[in-house]
Each structure stands twice: as structure tokens, then as C-alpha cells.
Design a protein around this ligand. Sequence first.
Ligand SMILES: [Zn+2]
Length: 396
Amino acid sequence: MKLESQILSARWIVPVTSEPIHGGWVEIDDGQVVAFGSGPAPRSAKDLGDIAVLPGLVNAHTHLEFSDCSEMVGFPGISLPEWIGQVVRTRRATAEPGRSDAIERGIRECARTGTCLIGEISTPPCNYPSQLDTVDLISFAEVLGLSSERGRERLDVAKAHLGLNACTGVSPHAPYSTSQETLEACLQLAHAKHRSLAMHVAESPHERELLERGVGPFAEALKLMGVWRDDLFPWPKNPFLWLIEQLARAPRSLVIHANDLNEAEIVKLAEYPHMTVVYCPRTHHFFQYESHPVAKMLSHGVRVALGTDSRASNPDLNLWSEAQFLWQHRSDLVPESVLRMATWSGSEALGRDDLGCIRPGALAKLGFVRSTASTEQELFCDFATHDYTPLGDLLC
Ligand SMILES: [Zn+2]
């Protein structure tokens, strides 16, 4: 819903790209923020009372086609190769109309819970609703295949997807499912078309076993599926350092998960400001991995955004719940950093400087959290426990 032209005042205005304002206002004109400030509004304002006004949330990684999953696939602590096997079997049973319905359902869920921008991995050809409601979408065409034929086939479909509009990118799926030959073709495509690239990287320790030594549960699963190739694994020395350098060749890269990157690899990532790690806290928790190195990444200056991943590994697509999970469980993170990861960092990752913040020129896609806080510390305590709601719901 496009907000009417007006000035709104509230107990808190939280622009994210600047300090929270206790007792502030924001002026909206034709769906855009034109000004904001502290103290009395410059002319008559609608007082929203005891709430904090925030920018819209950004979900930098999900797979909308699984949004019809009523429950997660597998069980907590399941190994990634086993989970993938179960997902593939579930997915085969879903016909095309079902996939379109699932995508629409996912978009609605994101909009309802305050997400204004989604980074979504798709399996093209796929249908998006012509009216996306209040949500903007960047759709990354997934490419995978260990054989040259399969890789070329998926790449051709991805090229057609990129021809649809500018809000598309390419996603070589993961190192265990995508040959270096196909990865190279994806990088060249992203470069030629000036598009973003997203890849699942270092999601599970089993991925490192496969790339460094050519063994482990991924190797076993690939052999069972009949797609193993002796010439593809292990990768040459320091595979993740090499992979980070390759992904840096794209105009903009999203490194999805990065649960298992070590310090040297994080330092390498920090060399590239056009790369972003997307951390999916509750999906990470579902698989019961070791603690995510998000604090180390932030301390080295790596940009980190948040994602939900899909409903196949997460209970819902509510991005605020990801942030709340961190406020409740990761006391080693500065609360303000978590809010930034849930908003502005995702916008930067997806190449949108007009969402995920409150400042002149940004779209007025805003939300609110009820709060009677008098200090920033109290404010973030409220964020950790209170729901986030799209601001349009309060104004209509
Ligand atoms: Zn994913």
C-alpha cells in the first residue's frame, strides 16, 4: 500500500542509516520519504504515539517455490546431503501450477510480515504474479549440474530468465552441485549482463570435506545419485579462497550461508566490498551447525545481510523473526548491527539504495514496532520481543 502524503510523528524514528531518533517525525510525499528529523514536526503531523517507525525489512535469501511447505523437510540436525535428497523427492511431486501458487503464497507472507524486498532463487521458467503488491523482488535463476550437458541446459534457461527484466540475476547453486565449468559460464553471464550473482557457499562442513579431500557424505550422495565424476573432486588447494576470488568477478555477489568459512577465508571476503554474506539464522539453527562466524565477519568489515531461506528448512518467511532470534541468542552481536543486517545491508546486497532505510529519496515502505522505550537499550529490548507490522496496517 502506497502511503499518502503526510507527516508522521512517533516516539521513535529509526532510519538505520543514521542514529535512532527519540521523538521524531518523517515526511512522506507521493510514496517517498522527503525529510525526517527530531523534535516537533515542521507542520501539522499525524501522531502515531508509542511506536518505533522502521524501514521495510529485506529478506536477502529465500526460495519462494517452497512456500507451500506446511512444515520443514527432515528433522533438526539432519545432514545437508540427506536433507537435499528428501527435498528433491518432495519437489518432484509438485506440478507447475502448484509452484506458481507457492510463489504467490510466499510473496504474500513476506508482504504481510513487513518485507519490502526479496532476493529469491528461482527455478525458471517460473511465474510471478503480475501485481507484486508492496514487495520488490530480485529473482536469481538457479543453474546447477555436474555434467556439461546439464549445466549448459540450465544456463540457457537462465539466459532467457535474465532477458525478462532487469530485476534478475544468476545463481550457480553450490560447489557440490555445480561444476567449475558451469560456474565459469555463470560468472561470464553475470559480467556480460551486469547482473548480481548468488551462490550457496560453505553451508555444511561436509562441503569442505568434499572440496578439500573428495570424500564424505556429499561424495557418497553424488555416487548414489549416479552423477559423481572423478575429475571434479577434490578441488585444487584452498578451494574456498579460490571460490571467493571467482565470485568477486561478478558485479555484485551474494555468498549464501558461509556457515563454515574460516578466518583466512573471511579476511579474503573482506577485500571485496561488492560481496555480501547472507546469513539465515533459523535455518542455520535447524541444521544444528557450529556457531555462525557472523561476529567475526562483521569485525573484519564483511557486509552481512539476513535471509530466511525456504520453508523447507525454516518455519516461516518472517524476516523480523530472524532478527529476533539473533537479539535473543547472540549477545556477542551489537543490537544495531542486527537491525542493519535485516534492512539496509540486504538492500545494499541486492543493489537497491531506495529501500531498507529512512532518508530522503527512499521509498516509504515502512513498518512499526510498539514501544514505550526511553532509551536505545530499552528500544532494542522491545524489538527482541515485539512484532513488526507494516505501517500501512496502522494507517488504514
Ligand atoms: Zn537457499
